[in-house]
Design a binder for this molecule. Structure first.
Ligand code: PEP
Ligand code: MG
Length: 584
């Protein structure tokens, strides 16, 4: 029977595939396909891991016996027996083989997939003793994974297999997880998955943002999806409607298959706009920039016809590093790759914005965060100013990258004049340090993000110090409406066209334009085609969004006449319920 689960639509399109349930703690395991002739060596790696762990356990048992009967810890000996038994368990070994042989999963992926299958069976057991054996199984698998980590896969990255439509074993796969951190999502960027579903998360959570940048269908906040969906279930993800259909009927499969093909035709049609200049009917030139997370995303930005990068979220270089943050040289190389990748077009590098729903490491995830209220805590520029030597290293790296092409530097989350002044002092100090060491660096334009209401209400202060402003609507909405952007429980209150948000946006744009300073929007509003007319009507001429959204927004721009939109936008701005006027 088909079950439908409702969540939040975060990334467009339809994905149809088999479910891969991934426990949040297992996402750092590599997921790739092996070629048919590599299947035997993957099984051999597993066999070696199993034997090595068994040997380890036997050694511990022997050393316990040598302690003599008084110190032998009978419970521990019994537990080790259980571990040995689990290791040899037929369901584990034959199940893992199945994923490798029939599905061509790499060994680690096969092992964690089978762990999920068995763990669910343990969860359903009535007997509490047996239920608790799940933790033992997890320990055994963790030991095998640890062993395999030390023994590199013979499958080099370039030799990995691709899903093959002809093989029933390699149908598209969709990933189902309780939660994924933004860093986890990034790991999946080059992955085999055709779509994502998570139980938690809001529409503009950073996890959703990365899903969108991957341009594959995704639904977040789908509550208990990771419990309701089983490994290998057929699943349809409707990323436009925010619906997940589990075990769909043949009629539904046909209907969604048709929608999927229609989407592909639409994309193909849009791709013809790549070289068309973004100019409105009344001749207004609009700047369409790309948001990127990694230097390698520059290629997608160019492919979509972006005229530059409006937001490089540099924090993705800092996440998932187990505390070992990238040094100046590593950052310089990454920024330089982005600059060179954009082939002479400007790159706006935002200084690190960690904290809130972007923890540096998975261990410090939201729930376990030791800050009471991380979104209001030590985040973005606040964190940078509290770590001046780290910040100086980043500033130097950005300045050095500017020697290779046009670079703008963007500072996140500023709210206080003192923060602005401290930042400028550090930028100057970074220049002096480079002068002293004789390192080459380039000229940068310096910009501030407007994403805290306090900043939006003191624009003249910002215009005094900065060359340009960029409005981060994701946070501006979060902080104006007191709605945690990553919490699906309040996502219905997260309203981009709330009158308060629109007023802050409109007045920021207007003041920048009056002073002849550049202003863009780089939050998710910029890539939302249903808001393009409104933003144009409010005077916005520069939009920064995921490369995947650029052509659809451009199509909308080509149909607009800004002189007409201006009056309409003013009426939206004055309305008690602006959303009601949005379809006019
Ligand atoms: C924003 O807040 O709108 C923004 C672009 O920054 P981030 O989404 O990375 O917080
Ligand atoms: Mg922000």
């Amino acid at each position: 029977m088909t079950i439908s689960i409702h969540g939040l639509a975060v990334s467009r399109g339809i994905a149809i595939g088999r479910a891969v349930i991934v426990a949040s703690s297992r996402v750092d395991v590599a997921h790739y396909f092996v070629q048919a002739d590599q299947v035997a060596s993957e099984i051999e790696r597993l066999r070696q891991a199993r034997n090595a762990v068994a040997e380890e356990i036997v050694k511990v048992q022997q050393s316990l016996q040598e302690l003599g009967p008084n110190d032998a810890h009978p419970e521990l000996t019994a537990l080790l027996d259980v571990h040995l038994m689990l290791l040899q368990d037929e369901q584990l070994t034959s199940g893992v083989k199945h994923w490798i042989v029939d599905r061509h999963y790499n060994a680690e992926w096969a092992l964690t997939t089978q762990l999920e299958v068995i763990a669910r069976q343990f969860d359903e057991m009535e007997d509490p003793y047996l239920r608790e054996r799940k933790a033992d199984l997890e320990q055994v698998v963790e030991r095998m994974l640890r062993f395999m980590r030390g023994v590199a896969s013979p499958v080099a990255p370039g030799e990995q297999g691709k899903p093959n439509q002809d093989s029933p074993a390699e149908v598209p796969l969709v990933l189902i997880a309780h939660d994924l951190s933004p860093a986890d999502m990034l790991q999946f960027k080059q992955s085999v998955f055709a779509g994502f579903v998570t139980d938690v998360g809001g529409k503009t959570s950073h996890t959703a943002i990365v899903a969108r940048s991957m341009d594959i269908p995704a639904v977040v906040g789908a509550r208990s999806s990771s419990q309701l969906i089983k490994q290998d279930d057929w699943v349809i993800i409707d990323g436009d409607a925010g619906v997940v259909l589990v075990d769909p009927s043949p009629i539904l499969l046909a209907e969604y298959g048709f929608k999927q093909r229609q989407g592909e035709v639409e994309r193909e049609r849009l791709s013809r706009l790549k070289h068309t200049p973004a100019v409105t009917l009344d001749g207004q030139k609009i700047e369409l920039l790309a948001n990127i997370e990694q230097p390698e995303d520059a290629a997608a930005a160019l492919k979509a016809g972006a005229v530059g990068v409006g937001l490089f979220r540099s924090e993705f270089l800092f996440m998932g590093r187990s505390g070992k943050l990238p040094d100046e040289e590593e950052q310089y190389q990454a920024y330089r790759r982005a600059v060179e990748g954009m082939q002479g077009l400007p790159v706006t590098i935002r200084t690190v914005d960690v904290g809130a729903d972007k923890p540096l490491d998975r261990g410090a995830s939201r729930a376990g965060d030791d800050h009471l209220n991380p979104a209001l805590g030590l985040r973005a520029i606040r964190w940078s100013l509290s770590e001046p030597s780290m910040f100086l290293a980043q500033l130097r790296a950005i300045l050095r990258a500017a020697a290779h092409g046009p670079v703008h530097m963007l500072i996140p989350m500023l709210a206080h004049a003192s923060e602005i002044r401290q930042t400028l002092v550090l930028v100057n100090r970074a220049r002096e340090q480079l002068d002293n060491s004789g390192m080459a660096y380039g000229h940068i334009k310096l910009g501030a993000m407007i994403e805290v209401p306090a900043a939006a209400l003191t624009i003249p202060l910002f215009l005094r110090y900065f060359d340009f402003l960029s409005i981060g609507t994701n946070d501006l909405i979060q902080y104006t409406l007191a709605i945690d952007r990553a919490d699906e429980a309040v996502s219905h209150l997260y309203d981009p066209v709330h009158p308060a948000v629109l007023q802050l946006l409109a007045s920021t744009i207007e003041q920048c334009r009056a002073k002849g300073k550049g202003v863009s929007v780089c939050g998710e509003m910029a890539g939302d085609v249903s808001l393009t007319r409104l933003l144009l009507g409010l005077g916005l001429r520069s939009f920064s969004m995921h490369p995947s959204q650029i052509l659809a927004v451009k199509q909308q721009i080509l149909r607009c006449d800004t002189s007409r939109l201006q009056t309409w936008a003013q009426s939206v701005l004055a309305a008690e319920d602006p959303a009601a006027l949005m379809t006019d």
